[in-house]
Write a protein that binds this ligand. Structure first.
Ligand SMILES: Cc1ncc(COP(=O)(O)O)c(C=O)c1O
Length: 445
């Protein structure tokens, strides 16, 4: 071990219990990031990685953005914290107006949370509160989807559809939740963009409505593109069908846009990209360029108004909120991000480079150990053929890519590629080339 290696590694790795990590494996062979600049990360042992997953999808404008850092600094010097209950400050209102200008139709009422999980938890509660406010007290059941990921709090975990995440916690999950089948069909394996087949899978909602009684279901929640389970693109007309079935039964449609929100598809929201307007949108990640935790829930006017109208003047209308709901430091980062979106025409930029990314990603099809490739906007998924047991190949490929100088996110045997929105063609080339090296080295091992 060289001296510089040791100096950049903390004295002890023991005490920190790392989230969603193989702690034992990591602590034997740590991967420590010591610096980040633009779309590159630097490691403790002198490697440079291109950030092919924008962190956890959350740094799409790159690292070390001066405008965001300045905004945070200024905010901290002027007002570092003020409690968000029963009082406020200008920034959170200013940001809510900016967000409402970008959300579709009348999803103009903005509730702040602290992350994606708390945004989903909040959306669940708002749906129930809305139905109580209009006298439909029986509507508290929810429909999620297999292979959906909505975060790790109990409500978000229950509507999510990843068995490994919930199997230890079955006894404490939220009651009254059913799941539709996921939308990834065998014939979608190397399809570019939206598959033509599979829209009939939306009828699962109709089947569940018959089973539970449509009048008892508060909301159906889906990610328009399932992100964390490997980028599952909705079949053409699938989301439209979900919307129709929700309308038929008076069920709210929630789009979890924690990943797809703020430009990943080439539109501000996947709702606009796919031409389907939900009743509630959750967002997080790119909202602050991942620098300060923040979640956001945007709801339709009628939902907000009904909850307001159901309470007498002077009463708290919704018994829900967090110490860190819309705190100044997060809001200042988010406002700076909104300004960059505008100034650099970021969503169009994503749209323009998406085709190049699609071609690059699908050029890897010749690698034998690849089972499937999918993409939309600047979001890609690659399935690696299983080796010995689920998840092993994905983890090994991730490590090989890291060695080759590429940061990506594995989930099971799926690799998630989510390049920063500011990347250029040469960066896409570099990501694809390093994917090829990492995957080929894995195949030889
Ligand atoms: C679609 C979706 N919803 C919710 C979450 C949870 O967000 P957080 O980790 O910020 O709680 C994630 C995280 O990846 C996500 O991808």
């Amino acid at each position: 071990m060289s001296t510089s290696f040791q100096s950049k590694i903390p004295n002890s790795l023991n005490e920190h219990w790392m989230p969603f990590s193989s702690n034992k494996d990591f602590k034997k062979n740590p991967r420590i990031i010591v610096k980040a600049e633009g779309i590159y990360l630097h490691t403790h042992d002198g490697k440079t990685l291109i950030d092919g997953s924008s962190g956890l999808y959350c740094n799409p404008l790159g690292h070390g953005r001066k405008e965001i850092i300045e905004a945070i600094k200024n905010q901290l010097e002027n007002l570092d914290y003020t409690m968000p209950f029963q009082q406020g400050y200008g920034g959170s209102f200013e940001l809510a107006t900016m967000i409402a200008q970008k959300t579709p139709e009348d999803l103009n009422r903005i509730f702040y949370t602290i992350c994606g999980s708390t945004a989903v938890e909040t959306a669940i509660k708002i749906a129930v509160a809305y139905f109580r406010s209009i006298g439909q007290k029986n509507r508290f059941k929810f429909v999620g989807r297999e292979r959906g990921y909505h975060g790790m709090n109990i409500g978000a975990l229950t509507v999510g559809g990843i068995p490994n995440n919930s199997k230890e916690f079955k006894n404490i999950l939220m009651p009254g939740v059913e799941h539709m089948r996921h939308t990834f069909l065998p014939e979608h394996k190397f399809v570019k963009g939206q598959p033509n087949t599979g829209s009939e899978l939306a009828d699962d909602l109709e089947v569940i409505a018959k089973k539970l009684g449509g009048e008892n279901i508060a909301a159906c929640i889906v990610e328009p593109i399932a992100g964390s389970t490997g980028t599952l693109i909705p079949p053409k007309n699938y989301l439209q069908k979900l919307r129709k079935i929700c309308d038929k039964h008076g069920i709210l449609l929630i789009f979890d846009e924690v990943v797809t929100g703020w430009g990943r598809t080439g539109s501000a929201f996947a709702a606009q990209e796919f031409g389907v307007t939900p009743d509630i949108i959750t967002m997080a990640k790119a909202t602050t360029n991942g620098i300060v935790p923040m979640g956001v829930v945007a709801v339709r006017e009628k939902i907000y108004q009904s909850v307001m109208d159901a309470s007498p003047d002077g009463a708290v209308e919704l018994f829900h909120g967090y110490t860190y709901s819309g705190i100044p430091v997060a809001v200042s980062a988010a406002i700076a991000v909104q300004k960059i979106f505008e100034k650099e025409d970021i969503f169009n930029r994503v749209k323009q480079i998406s085709k190049y990314f699609e071609d690059g990603l699908h050029s890897l099809k010749d690698l034998n150990c690849i089972e499937s490739i999918r993409n939309y906007g600047l979001l890609g998924g690659i399935d690696i053929k299983m080796r010995d047991k689920p998840g092993k190949a994905g983890f090994q490929v991730y490590k090989e890519c890291y060695k080759a100088g590429l940061n990506i996110k594995p989930t099971g045997d799926a690799l998630i590629i989510a390049p920063p929105f500011i990347c250029e063609k040469k960066h896409i080339d570099e990501i694809v080339e390093k994917l090829r090296t990492g995957i080929s080295n894995f195949a030889k091992s």
